[in-house]
Design a protein around this ligand. Sequence first.
Ligand SMILES: Nc1ncnc2c1ncn2[C@@H]1O[C@H](COP(=O)(O)OP(=O)(O)OP(=O)(O)O)[C@@H](O)[C@H]1O
Length: 488
Amino acid sequence: RHAWDLKGKVSDMEDKIRNYQTRVKSVNQENEVLKGSMAHNQTKVVELEEQLKKLEGQIMWGWLLPGREFSRSRVSRPTAASCVQMKLSVQESTLARLQATLRDTEEQVRSLTDTVAQQSEELHAGEMERRRLHNTIQELKGNIRVFCRVRPLQGGGLSKHIQLAASNNKMITLAKTEEVSARRSKTAETHKSYNFSFDRVFGPGASQQEVFDEISLLVQSALDGYNVCCFAYGQTGSGKTFTMEGGEFDDSRGCIPRAVQQVFRAAEKLGAQGWEFTFTASFVEIYNETLRDLLYTGKGSKRPEHEIRKSASNEVTITNLSYRKVSTEDEVLGLIALANHNRATAQTAQNDRSSRSHSVFQLDIEGVNAGREVKCKSTLCLVDLAGSERMVKSQSQGERFKEMTAINGSLSNLGIVISALANKESHIPYRNSKLTYLLQGCLGGNSKTLMFVNVAPEPDSFGETLNSLRFASKVNDCVIGTASVNRK
Ligand SMILES: Nc1ncnc2c1ncn2[C@@H]1O[C@H](COP(=O)(O)OP(=O)(O)OP(=O)(O)O)[C@@H](O)[C@H]1O
């Protein structure tokens, strides 16, 4: 392949991965068959050994008490003795046969054990190779990706000012026709259109499953030991929460519950290859540059304050935050429900608060393959950002002004951090906002980042949509360095 033929390389890699997956599947099946036949043989060995013992007992019995069973019969002693002799020799030859079978079976068990060990070695090598190939594909696709998602109009369909390219699912055009005053109080029409292209554009008809299919590869990367951060950006009501959390029905579930399901299912499969995972979940809200624990269950009056801290090993933690060890999908879903309850309580106290706060769900993943002394550690971070509308539109005052300043500050700092990372600047201003400070482990060189830009299709959202798409396309232009796996 030519060096520029990234698509070709991706498709080669995908073919390779498919081959590996088929091989791993068939090795797994062979393994199962071998294990079954080994168990069968082992039972047979036990049976044979028992038979052997019985026979040996009988022989001993025959030697010690020759003719015992014939003593009361009418058969004469010499005949009885020769009968016993015959019986004994039959038993001795059976014994010899059984001993030979036993030796054969033991040999078979040994060779099956060797085969199982060799196949589990191959399986492990296959898994490591799958991880390498998977990561190469992710790197070819880019460590920062931007997806655009257009929400359906209230009554269905797509508004006239938004056009999506049917050919490649990657382009979106915003078009506007305006009347402008011309000479002698006449008016003229001007037509303006703005084109944007992203890694993927989802139209209003895209299902939650279709959207998740695109990010599930990144979720796999999180299990393979890479930090992954996925966030939804867009104005209030554009579909961020729907994309991240989704609705209550099975097919309307969003990225967070689907990602959690994938993580637990994949971890269970890897368990068969000796991997053991531990998961820690946390859920935090950033409102007006203040952190709030969404998994807090204590008294409202005793809510602690939180600070972001960075350890010597550059790990970001939050003081007094609930870090919950979880081991099943249901436990995490329970925590998400608790977070929603906590958010709803704050929402009643302050109208529309959730639109004006960022919510950050983090799942810390630690994997150990004790038999092979391999470890990996990563964080999957899924963020529903605050509404991105500009200050001018909301004509904010007082408390609202403070909120808008905090939101605009943190969102624009997010853009600054991403572009500083892309430009490989020596100083990355993570500390300028709580959001970037908290996300610093999941942004940048050692991570894979995905941004959703959510778009509302209503004509009166034109300005905000244009603004969001401009921000997203700046992020899209960033190429962030190669992610490295957190493996020991
Ligand atoms: N793709 C979609 N398909 C169907 N309904 C959607 C879609 N996206 C969003 N909606 C609906 O549109 C409404 C607004 O969406 P949502 O609450 O997700 O927006 P948001 O950007 O998170 O807003 P906020 O900033 O207020 O939290 C909701 O009723 C949601 O169910």
